[in-house]
Design a protein around this ligand. Structure first.
Ligand code: SF4
Ligand code: SF4
Length: 411
């Protein structure tokens, strides 16, 4: 198959422009090259041989957040995310400076390499279980040019080794699932993991946590490194090949979206069909009568990550779950709200656009005046927490919806 045939799905675009108002980068720049329609035309021109993959052309594709808001509204069902992933896979390092390549490699190693994570975990354990202080002391983030990541880390996060299995509470197990941790869970999101286990067990669901699971591969896949993404996918397929836990629960919507996209890498990757976001799973479960929550006189603002909305299509469940907590005022951000700018490693590689987009979200959050900001993706949480702190709004706690649910659960 030649290149034009491999990218023939660019021909599906009828250039209607319905996606343009939904595109964050187009709205900020009003440049057609920074729009979904423009980017598809650039990929089409390159695939058909009329355009070269110059650094300028590649930069327009690299500036895309892969939020997939365009894909969600496209009447012609253009598989936009897949097109960009494949384009990046074929153009590789074109237009990347040496420092950008080093930074990109550093980000992937720091966030996704199991050996690097274990090394940081061991240091966390030695340093009084305070990850933020540790990362500051080692200068690791500064060395990688990731200082802005620092402000968004939770104040305290512990390094935890999870058991292989967490049994359901009570006499009868009502179901069994497997939990996908995501590569940053141990360091950045341990409370979300323990909250998920607690709520599932209390609802009568047993949880397997396969020890051999690895990073989902999203950062590699979206950066065009398909070979590494495929290796990680193969290891996860083996880890989750369980006979007694069909559903795979994700607590980071970015990871959930990548697991769903495994079919892009391997047509037979049936793991994609088994993936469910924790909020959706809990919202669809029939609950026993004896589950109660302590009232909480506070306001929570619910942020919907793009991956939860545009790929997992599970945007309403987080707010629905939080409404189970008596006295809690649950507010959602306006429907017109676009990507917060986190977008995996985008916030580190395109800090100015990421901050600009985050500012729009935080304007809305500030108007709502919440006590909590709930989001289902740890990357968005880090990015939003950093922005709140910079605005002197560090008292607004950023957490996963299931964390608030677990804190209020009557044990
Ligand atoms: S990507 Fe879809 S919505 Fe956007 S211009 Fe093309 S056909 Fe229209
Ligand atoms: S994925 Fe998001 S940023 Fe990229 S073109 Fe589509 S709407 Fe725009």
């Amino acid at each position: 198959m030649n290149r034009s045939e491999r990218f023939s799905d660019t021909d599906l675009c009828v250039k209607c422009g319905l996606c343009l108002p939904h595109c964050p980068t187009y709205n900020k720049t009003l440049d057609e090259n920074e729009s979904p329609r423009g980017r598809i035309a650039l990929i089409q021109g390159w695939a058909q041989g009329s355009l070269a993959a110059t650094p300028e052309l590649v930069s327009h594709i690299d500036n895309c957040l892969l939020c997939r808001s365009c894909e969600a509204v496209c009447p012609a069902y253009v598989p936009y995310g897949s097109l960009v992933d494949r384009f990046r896979g074929e153009t590789g390092e074109v237009g990347k400076t040496t420092s950008a390549r080093i930074k990109s490699a550093g980000i992937k190693i720091a966030l996704t390499n199991k050996r690097a994570s274990r090394w940081v975990e061991r240091l966390v354990e030695k340093s009084g279980r305070e990850s933020k202080g540790l990362l500051q002391k080692t200068g690791l983030l500064k060395a990688l040019g990731l200082s802005q990541f620092d402000a968004g880390l939770p104040d305290i996060s512990t390094s935890v080794r999870w058991n292989d299995f967490y049994p359901a509470q009570g006499q009868n197990e009502r179901g069994r699932v497997a939990l996908f941790l995501g590569c940053t869970a141990n360091l950045l999101d341990a409370e979300t993991v323990s909250s998920t286990l607690l709520v599932l067990n209390r609802l009568g669901v047993g949880v397997r946590v396969p020890d051999t699971q690895v990073c989902c591969g999203a950062l590699h896949h979206h950066a065009g490194d398909q070979a590494s993404a495929r290796k990680l996918m193969d290891r996860n397929l083996a880890a989750f090949n369980l006979s007694d836990a069909d559903t795979i629960i994700t607590i980071a919507s970015g990871c959930g979206a990548m697991l769903r996209d495994y079919r892009q890498l391997e047509a037979t990757a049936d793991l994609a069909k088994r993936v469910k976001d924790i909020s959706q799973f809990l919202a669809e479960l029939s609950w026993p009568d004896n589950i109660e929550f302590k009232p909480l006189a506070a306001k929570v603002c619910v942020h919907t990550p793009c991956t939860l909305k545009n790929v997992l299509r599970a945007e309403r469940h987080g707010a629905d779950l939080l409404r189970r907590i008596p006295s809690l005022d649950v507010a959602s951000l306006p429907n017109s709200q676009r990507c917060c700018g986190a977008a995996g490693s985008y916030m580190l590689e395109h800090p100015e656009m990421a901050k600009d987009l985050r500012d729009d979200v935080l304007e809305s959050v500030t108007a709502i005046k919440p006590d909590f900001l709930a989001t289902s993706n740890p990357g968005c949480a880090v990015h939003l927490r950093a922005g709140l702190k910079q605005r002197g709004l560090g008292h607004i706690e950023v957490l996963h919806p299931v964390t608030l649910l677990a804190r209020q659960l009557v044990r």
